[in-house]
Design a protein around this ligand. Sequence first.
Ligand code: SAH
Length: 396
Amino acid sequence: MKKQQGTKGATPKIAKGNGCEHYKKCGGCQLLNMSYEEQLSFKQVKTIRLLGRFCHVDEIIGMDKPYHYRNKVQAAFGCTRGGKIISGVYQSSTHNIVSVDKCFLEDEKADEIIVSIRKMLPEFKLTAYNEDTGRGFLRHVLVKRGFSTGEIMVVLVTGTNIFPSKAAFVKALLKKHPEITTVIWNINDKRTSLVLGEKQQVLFGDGYIEDILCGKRFRISAKSFYQINPVQTEKLYGTAIEFAKLTGKERVFDAYCGIGTIGLVASDKAKEVIGVELNPDAVKDAKINAKLNGKENISFYCDDAGKFMVAMAKEKEKVDVLFMDPPRAGSDLPFLKSVATLAPKKVVYISCNVETQARDIAFLCKNGYKVKKIQPVDMFPHTNHVECVALLERKG
Ligand code: SAH
């Protein structure tokens, strides 16, 4: 195997430990003790270790300014033993809240808003939720920010279905942060580690934000998935589209499509695009996104990607290019078997977990495919997560 060193778009070195006061307690940034160059080499080596047996691994695409890239920030709320309200992140693998006001990864405006909300709670005689007793009011705050549009969504997640003086609270919050474009109240009264509950109510604005990515406009709601690092996402999608080499004649399938981002970007260069996604809120967004961008050659379905693929294989549907971007667990066997049956000429596999990607690629390689290109992209600087795009082509 060719030795691969160096990185595209690498940044100036950062100091070891990086001056983050939360580094040891929080555990979210596993690689913060390395310079950014070292982090990129670490990810390159990891990708080669897991995927290098299939194909040459191109040099990882690094981020020019690898800070404050997270456009979605989630803070957990709780109380110290002394009764002081704190907000921050869960220490990794625990439910202990590490109090964090500023984080190197998170959007700075989002962090400011979260601190303001925490300070407002006592003024409004509101409490923080207590996970042990299941009592108390504010459980989480979720902030999403449109990178290009600047639109900001604040979701207040409460453990109770009563929100005393909610109108006054929202008014005070908007006075402090007039840049907020929508406020949502979400109720999560279940003993669960999920952040959002089912019930929610829009308290201000439209209940969604929009962002522009790869020249397309996307609506994003509270519960829909949207890539958290928009700068690197443009590079990721750019690579995926470039790998597919679309000519305008293809029937494209976007599996695990979220709010339809990849499919909509691909739709400019394809005859027809079909997207499938399990989350109904994301599918709703995807359908609206097709309209927002004036696209009529794309349709979205709410279903399990595996089941949908099996049905497509039964119907002997034609697919020329498959984009697949599954969650960390990767794809299931019914999905992968149906890929082998449908036999698209190209499969562009985007993954946020190279371990499961290697497993799934091994299956596809035993079932008619060979890997032609592998491109890691650093979507999550300072963490040990590696995002990677692989191009597979049908043999023969
Ligand atoms: N391609 C999108 C979303 C990728 S994240 C983007 O780049 O933004 C993975 C998506 O897969 C999430 O939206 C999640 O809701 C969806 N998902 C998870 N399990 C699924 C399944 N079994 N079938 C279809 N979609 C699924």
